[in-house]
Design a protein. Structure first.
Length: 507
RNA sequence: GGCGACGUGGCCGAGUGGCUAGGCAGAGGUCUGCAAAACCUCGUACAGCGGUUCGAAUCCGCUCGUCGCCUCCA
């Protein structure tokens, strides 16, 4: 596709991406509830929207990317009853709730950084925006779409549904929700309708996290934070709202309703608060969704260390990232050790090729263009751009990158003084390949830390390789092999080529 | 039950009606002191059954199966 198209969950179609106020783009993504270590699912969501952030930026847009940290209001059980997730964890760990939130915010950011996920422009916390949330709730009450009950405030879905359509994002209608939940009505709920959801909850005496409000001392409901914070930083209408598919209902549905109710959007406006709603799919394990509540979620730290019963080994953060990018973000992605090891191997192969790519010097050689090589490298940018424009199809981008590997390797290993590609084509391709690898996909090679150390190591390696070369010239195979074998044990692999010996870090 | 996805070669995983996706694993070969890497070749896959079409993995229908949301989850 020549222009960027994104799949919009709201319309269930791919649509051309047209920002409201180019070159500015506003994007809001639902971040984690910080009561535990981040797992593979968090990584997928963060990576998916990191790709959106990176690609839009690379296209010249000025993106304001807001990703929230939920540190209050998210309850353990069903809608609007029971404990706060953070408070429950705080009791378990015998900590202040804010200590829990801070701790897991830190680990989240550390893990995301390890995955080379760019920090968003703004990472607001729910507890830092209590006044904004109270203000939003007040507006909703004033507009007639919420009511106070026993010190708590609930969103009045039925009243909202008279002016707007509740359920259009997730394809539900209110009658169905009512019909299914009839039994719940029997209980002495504070709610008028089972589909109503809490905007503000009065705190029970044991509840630690509490703030003053016009209605009671309490805390905000889960959904309102996103409305308040997106409005504050992106305005009442912005471009992209993202999150995991499991947030489609009720979270995003509630958010659309709140936002319309609060900001008085035109009924039936397709655009609502955000024009494009993007949802990443789930990670599965043996076909089953990985989720905290299912107990089969693996922490990212466990991946990095290999300390989990389901893991056969440790996996580097870049392996995880590569694995995620090999699938499309709207498909489920099935995790397994073999799948991950395949990604590890594949990334390693690509890394080797990139090292060779950087070592190629086309200058001073006679040009003998080989048509298929020229075509392959020359059409690279066009092809990967096409793939990215088609709803961020990173899987196709990576496949196309692999298509160039054979050419790269052959150019590198070619003997003689001819070069099979026009130097301009080659140099432009090399530049673009790095842009795609590093800037678009956010992949990185290991040896990017400490230039001086790298130079020292290069010198040491040169020394060793010369020693080995001497040994080989003297047909002292035992010594030559000893050097190679010892290096392998230290994680360095050797490759003898016509022009000398290359070395690589073993993955 | 309601809403929605999906079923692709040993595994993972793209597929815009006609052109080899790609990766991993496997087989053979070239190269090589050995090894590794690289390069070349190899599987003729699309749940099943119908239909539309000159032509379908791709569109339509039915059947079977799997999964997600409907309660907290990225």
């Amino acid at each position: 596709m020549d222009t960027l198209h994104v799949y919009n969950s709201l319309t269930r179609r791919k649509e051309e991406f047209v920002p409201l106020h180019p070159p500015m783009v506003g994007m809001y993504v639902c971040g984690p509830t910080v009561y535990g270590n981040a797992h593979l699912g968090h990584a997928r969501s963060a990576i998916s929207f990191d790709i959106v952030f990176r690609y839009l930026s690379a296209q010249g847009y000025r993106v304001r990317y807001v990703r929230n940290i939920t540190d209050v209001g998210h309850l353990v059980n069903d809608g609007d009853e029971g404990d706060s997730k953070i408070e429950k964890q705080a009791r378990l760990e015998q900590l202040e709730p804010m200590e829990v939130a801070q701790h897991y915010t830190n680990t989240y950011i550390e893990d995301m950084t390890a995955l080379n996920i760019r920090r968003p422009s703004i990472e607001p916390r729910a507890t830092g925006h209590i006044p904004e949330q109270i203000e939003a709730i007040q507006k909703i009450i004033e507009n007639g779409y919420a009511y106070v009950s026993e010190g708590s405030v609930y969103f009045d879905v039925q009243s909202y549904n008279k002016d707007f359509t509740y359920g259009k994002l997730s394809g539900r209608d209110l009658d169905n929700i009512l019909a299914e939940s009839r039994e719940d009505l029997e209980g002495q709920s504070e709610k008028r309708h089972p589909a109503d959801f809490a905007l503000w909850k009065k705190a029970s005496p044991s509840h630690i996290m509490r703030w003053r409000s016009p209605w009671s001392e309490g805390f905000p409901g889960w959904h309102i934070e996103c409305t308040a914070m997106s409005t504050k930083y992106l305005g009442t209408k912005y471009d992209i709202h993202g999150g995991g598919m499991d947030l489609l209902f009720p979270h995003h549905e509630a958010e659309i309703a709140q936002s319309n109710a609060c900001n008085c959007h035109e009924p039936e406006s397709l655009h609502d608060e955000a024009r494009y709603w993007l949802h990443n799919n789930m990670i599965t394990y043996e076909g089953q969704k990985m989720g905290k509540s299912l107990g089969n979620a693996i922490d990212l730290r466990q991946f990095f260390t290999g300390h989990h019963r389901l893991l056969e080994k440790a996996y580097a953060p870049m392996t995880i990232r590569f694995f995620v990018l090999q699938g499309h973000y709207r498909s489920t992605l099935d995790f397994s050790n073999t799948a991950l090891m395949a990604s590890e191997k594949a990334l390693s192969r690509m890394a080797d090729a990139i090292k060779r790519l950087d070592g190629i010097d086309p200058h001073g050689k006679a040009i003998a263009v080989q048509a298929d090589f020229e075509e392959n490298l020359g059409s690279f940018v066009k092809d990967v751009t096409f793939a990215m424009n088609d709803d961020f199809n990173t899987a196709r981008v990576i496949a196309r990158m692999f298509d160039t590997l054979s050419v790269i390797n052959q150019l590198y290993k070619a003997e003689g003084n001819t070069f099979a590609v026009q130097p301009d084509t080659f140099l432009e391709f090399r530049r673009q390949f790095h842009v795609v690898f590093s800037d678009w996909l956010g992949l990185e090679l290991d040896a990017e830390d400490g230039e001086s150390k790298q130079e020292t190591l290069d010198g040491v390696m040169k020394l060793l390789l010369n020693l080995r070369l001497d040994a080989r010239k003297n047909k002292n195979w035992a010594q030559a092999d000893q050097i190679r074998d010892q290096l392998v044990k230290m994680g360095i692999k050797l490759e003898d080529t016509a022009s000398g010996t290359d070395w690589y870090w073993e993955q």
